[in-house]
Design a binder for this molecule. Sequence first.
Ligand code: ATP
Ligand code: PAF
Ligand code: BAL
Length: 282
Amino acid sequence: MRTVHTLKELRTMLRGYRQKGKRIALVPTMGNLHEGHISLVRRASETAEIVVTSIFVNPMQFGATEDLDSYPRTLQEDQDALDKAGSTLVFTPSNSEIYPEGLARQTRVVVPEVSEGHCGASRPGHFEGVATVVTMLFNMVQPDVAVFGEKDFQQLAVIRKLTRDLMLPVEIVGAPTIREKDGLAKSSRNGYLSKSERAKAPVIYSTLQAAVEKIRQGRTDFKTIEAEASQALNDAGLRPDYFNIANSVTLKPATPDDADITVLAAAFLGTTRLIDNLSVAR
Ligand SMILES: Nc1ncnc2c1ncn2[C@@H]1O[C@H](COP(=O)(O)OP(=O)(O)OP(=O)(O)O)[C@@H](O)[C@H]1O
Ligand SMILES: CC(C)(CO)[C@@H](O)C(=O)[O-]
Ligand code: BAL
């Protein structure tokens, strides 16, 4: 496995693979890798001979008061895990490689509608940052396929839409959420939790499961189910950011006629904000 830091090195490596007619997959990450990320690399290697994993903590997608500076950076451990998982190449650029003129002068990609609710409402500018860097990564790597986790359900919807709208020649694959034994979705930010916060964290998943069960039983009073779930999170000592029952495709509030519904949640434990979601096919 090779690690490259510059676009020039990346393009040189990729030219060689392309000349040999190899299919290329991209797995974008922000590093501090866990089994969720590794499952994406394995999924990518099932569909392509060459797997490029990018590690870049993208400053454009962080709000001014968010955890850009404290976000865990563990490159050596990440490289070891990626080597074992079968990644061919790691691309880990500096900020100046990606944004040579700085963030203020950078052309941006705005994805309307699916970006607007849920995390988009709580983190203004977040999906603009994600959409911009993912579009740039697609142009830098020019992959045949790119793999993203369903854990970031809204992000996946944003990326599907931008790929379609900008007619980017890349197939988008969504991969299932990998969980801890107690149901908590694996996330780099779980590492911020104190022991007592970690003990409470699985309630996000159990509350999602309870809401899904109510919907499966035929309840369509979605606003009441959302309020019950927010109350359950509060009672367990979490601070819900949102708990929304949405149409899985548009991400707009679900209606009783919707066949595919996804329940999306974000909640704070202390200063740590975690997200999760569960889909219901009816
Ligand atoms: N538990 C998981 N299962 C499957 N995919 C995941 C999981 N966690 C993250 N991913 C996916 O890995 C990719 C990179 O995500 P990222 O580096 O932000 O990881 P993360 O652990 O979600 O970090 P954060 O705590 O910042 O949300 C994204 O496509 C994301 O959806
Ligand atoms: C897709 C991504 C790598 C873009 O920075 C990031 O949002 C993430 O890690 O999910
Ligand atoms: N997994 C999404 C990256 C972020 O929270 O910024």
